[in-house]
Design a protein. Structure first.
Length: 364
């Protein structure tokens, strides 16, 4: 099984470095390297498979986390102008390495007791679908979350509010090696994919249920033309089991987040905004922060706009950002520039992220 993974990595890497090598030569290079150490590699793989994978596992993350904010805090459900909202984010990480990490999330939320006014709807519901794939789909994770949030105005004007949110996520990871090549399929100087690989697959791994909760405070100051919010959340509160085998004991570690956002007019048609997000999960943590300037193309703040910004993830990447909004639709694009050790690789790496969001303003 480990042979499959390493073979694919080596072949993809050689293709990138030397694309002119004939296929007849290309397929032989990893064989001579890996078959000599195949016994030791499978011993290592067995150790990795049966150890608690969840101990050091991390949830996927997005640079444009605000496009699907329910992934950061369930209390974000219903926090928008309008009655119904749908957003999606797609991230392709390290695509130049041949086997990129692909992450996608789709989030929907709406106001149950709807009057179309910001923060005046106490009860809101949401749904989030998330999918992550790598190694040409051989490793995948799929999650479905239901969200409920309750917001309470703190004054008569409704300019201040506090909300709490709860989430329940059903998730499952899958290992499927049908897209990879095994040592047992090597015959007559080449690979015959019609030969059964004999490799073990884990297409039906044990599903799990994960619980999360969050709190969110919002403050709108119309006189100063500013908006401020701050919140915190925790996911995997019940530390669910996430094991390759049904009888496994691996758990998903709790993920804790704290975030803040400030938006302020700096002119009649210019908006300045800044965001901060801190996340920690086991021994891994990071701080993502940045700012953006937005040019209003119409006098109506809910009209069209264009903006540019930049994000910084501590010790990892700098991500320039461009975005535009046309009435109720907003699109955004970021490109991560690596500043970690991977930038020293001879092969340039790239991470692209795209987001799309649409708000329905009409009442239900």
């Amino acid at each position: 099984m480990l042979f499959c993974l390493l073979y694919s990595f080596i072949v993809d890497g050689i293709k990138i470095i030397s694309p002119t090598i004939p296929d007849s030569v290309l397929i032989m290079i990893p064989i001579f390297v890996l078959k000599k150490y195949l016994l030791y590699l499978n011993i290592v793989l067995l150790f990795l498979l049966y150890m608690p994978l969840g101990v050091k596992g991390q949830d996927p993350h997005f640079t444009q986390f605000y496009a699907t904010p329910q992934l950061i805090n369930p209390a974000y459900a219903g926090v928008f102008n309008g009655s119904f909202r749908i957003g999606t984010t797609y991230r392709q990480q390290w695509s130049s390495l041949g086997a990129p990490f692909n992450s996608m999330a789709v989030a929907l939320d709406g106001k149950v007791l709807n009057d179309g006014v910001y923060h005046q709807n106490p009860f809101n519901l949401g749904l989030v679908v998330q999918s992550d794939k790598t190694l040409k789909g051989s490793l995948s994770s799929n999650n479905l979350s239901g969200i409920a949030a309750y917001h309470v105005p703190l004054n008569r004007e409704g300019t201040q509010s506090i909300g709490i949110g709860l989430s329940a996520m059903y998730g499952q990871r899958n290992f499927n090696f049908t897209n990879l090549v095994a040592a047992s399929q090597f015959a007559s100087g080449g690979f015959d994919l019609s030969i059964p690989s004999g490799e073990v697959t884990f297409e039906k791994m044990k599903p799990y249920l994960s619980l999360g909760a969050g709190i969110l405070y919002c403050n709108t100051n119309e006189e100063e033309g500013s908006f401020f919010e701050i919140g915190a959340s925790a996911y995997h509160l019940n530390r669910p089991l996430q094991s390759i085998l049904y009888e496994g004991t691996a758990v998903i570690p709790m993920r804790v987040s704290a975030h803040a956002y400030l938006q302020r007019y700096v002119g009649d048609d210019l908006l300045l905004e800044g965001r901060l997000l801190y996340q920690i999960q086991t021994e891994s943590d990071y701080l993502l922060g940045g700012a953006a300037i937005t040019k209003l193309l119409e006098s109506d703040p809910e009209g069209s706009l264009l903006g540019i910004g930049c994000w910084y993830r501590t010790g990892d990447a700098i991500a320039p950002n461009v975005f535009a909004e046309f009435k109720s639709m907003r699109i955004g694009f970021t490109y991560d520039i690596q500043i970690n050790d991977i930038r020293k690789a001879s092969i340039p790496v790239s991470t692209l992220e795209f987001s799309l969001r649409y708000r329905f303003k009409s009442k239900w």
